[in-house]
Design a protein around this ligand. Structure first.
Ligand SMILES: Nc1ncnc2c1ncn2[C@@H]1O[C@H](COP(=O)(O)OP(=O)(O)OP(=O)(O)O)[C@@H](O)[C@H]1O
Ligand SMILES: [Mg+2]
Length: 329
C-alpha cells in the first residue's frame, strides 16, 4: 500500500477510539442512566438526528464503558418483529432461544428474570409493534434508549406506552465545519500514511462532508481517493484527484429499488456467499431466493458486483460476492 496505512479506519462501521464534539450528549446519556447503578429508575431516552451525525457511534462508546449492568444493543433493521427483537435481547443476556416455538410472552418472562438492564433499540423506526415491550417497561427498572433519524417516530407509540416510558429527548445536531474537519482529520491520520494527502485536499473532503451534513460522505470520498491513488501508484495526493474520481461517479449505474437494497446488503457483507447474503437480505426485503439469485446475476452483468467462484462449497458449488471496486464503495 502506497498511501494507505490501515484502510479499516475508513469503514463507517469502524468504532473510533476517540469521539469528537459529543461531550454534552455523552454526559447527558451518562447522567440519565446513572440511577440504574443504584437500583433506581433512570431516564429513558429518545435520541434523534440526521444520518451520519454519530448517534450509533456515541451510544456504542457509552455502552462500552458500562460495567456491572447488562447492556443490549439491537439494530432494528436486523430485528424487526417482536419475536425477533425480544429473542435477540434474550440471547444477548444469556437466555438460549430456539428459533421457533417460543411465544413472546415466554421470552419476556425469561428476560424479566434477568433483572434490570440497559436496552438500546437503534434504527427503531424499522421495528414493528415496538409497543409489545410494554411488560418489560412496566415490570422493571430497565432503561430503554431509542435511536432514529425520524423524529416523528415517537408519535407512533401507543399512549399507554409513551406515558410509561416518559422519554427524555436528545437531539444530535449536525456538525459545524470545524467539528467535521476534526472527525475527518482523525480518520485520515489513522488510515493514511503521514502527509499522503495535501492539506487542501483534506479541507475539501471535510467541506464536502460538512455540506452533506454526514460524516459517512467524507469517509466514502476518502475510500475513493485511496483506491484511485493506490491504482495510480501515487504517494502524495493533491486536490486534483477530484477531477479523476468524478469520472468514477459517472460509472455508477442507476439502480432499481430492489437492486439498491441488495447492493446495500452486499456493501456491508463483502465476500459472503449468495446463500448467506440471502439470509441477511430476507430480513429486509421480500424477494424469493430464486429472484434474489437472478438479481445477483444481473448486477454482476452490469459490473456492479464481482462474483468469485470458490469451488465446492457446503451445498455444492458456492460463489462469493463482492462489490465491484468501480462501484461506489
Ligand atoms: N463525533 C464523532 N467522532 C468520531 N467519529 C464520528 C463522530 N460522529 C460520527 N462519526 C463517524 O461517522 C460515521 C457515522 O456515524 P454513525 O454511524 O454513528 O451515525 P448515525 O448518526 O448513527 O447515522 P444513521 O442515522 O444513519 O444511523 C461513523 O463511521 C462514525 O465513526
Ligand atoms: Mg446509526
Amino acid at each position: 500500500m502506497i498511501v494507505l496505512r490501515k484502510e479499516e479506519f475508513l469503514d463507517s462501521e469502524f468504532l473510533p477510539s476517540e469521539i469528537f464534539h459529543r461531550e454534552n450528549e455523552i454526559n447527558q446519556i451518562k447522567s440519565s442512566i446513572k440511577p440504574i447503578f443504584q437500583k433506581r429508575k433512570g431516564d429513558n431516552l429518545f435520541i434523534h438526528g440526521l444520518p451520519g451525525v454519530g448517534k450509533t457511534t456515541t451510544l456504542k462508546h457509552v455502552l462500552s464503558q458500562i460495567d456491572g449492568i447488562k447492556t443490549v444493543y439491537l439494530n432494528c433493521w436486523l430485528y424487526k418483529t417482536p419475536h425477533s427483537f425480544l429473542g435477540e435481547i434474550a440471547r444477548q443476556v444469556g437466555i438460549p432461544v430456539p428459533r421457533k416455538g417460543r411465544g413472546t410472552d415466554e421470552i419476556i418472562n425469561n428476560i424479566l428474570k434477568k433483572g434490570n438492564m440497559i436496552i438500546v433499540f437503534d434504527e427503531v423506526d424499522k421495528a414493528e409493534r415496538i409497543d409489545d415491550i410494554y411488560p418489560l417497561i412496566e415490570k422493571t427498572k430497565s432503561i430503554f434508549i431509542f435511536i432514529t433519524n425520524n423524529r416523528e417516530w415517537i408519535l407512533r407509540l401507543e399512549p399507554r406506552v409513551s406515558s410509561r416510558l416518559f422519554l427524555t429527548n436528545i437531539e444530535f445536531k449536525s456538525y459545524s465545519f470545524e467539528q467535521m474537519e476534526d472527525i475527518i482529520k482523525w480518520r485520515i491520520k489513522m488510515a493514511f500514511k503521514p502527509s499522503a494527502l495535501s492539506p487542501e485536499l483534506i479541507t475539501e473532503v471535510s467541506r464536502r462532508a460538512f455540506l452533506k451534513r454526514d460524516v459517512r460522505n467524507g469517509l466514502f470520498l476518502l475510500k475513493k481517493i485511496a483506491r484511485r491513488a493506490e491504482n495510480d501508484g501515487l504517494d502524495r495526493v493533491e486536490i486534483n484527484i477530484f477531477e479523476k474520481i468524478q469520472g468514477d461517479f459517472k460509472l455508477k449505474p442507476v439502480l432499481t429499488e430492489n437492486e439498491e437494497i441488495i447492493v446495500g446488503v452486499i456493501k456491508s457483507n463483502q465476500g459472503k456467499t449468495t446463500g448467506e447474503l440471502y439470509d441477511i437480505y430476507s430480513k429486509k426485503g421480500s424477494l424469493t431466493q430464486r429472484a434474489f439469485r437472478m438479481y445477483i446475476k444481473k448486477l454482476s452483468e452490469k459490473s456492479v458486483l464481482d462474483v468469485e467462484e470458490t469451488g465446492k462449497g457446503f451445498r455444492g458449488r458456492s460463489r462469493r460476492i463482492f462489490l465491484n471496486k468501480k462501484y461506489g464503495v
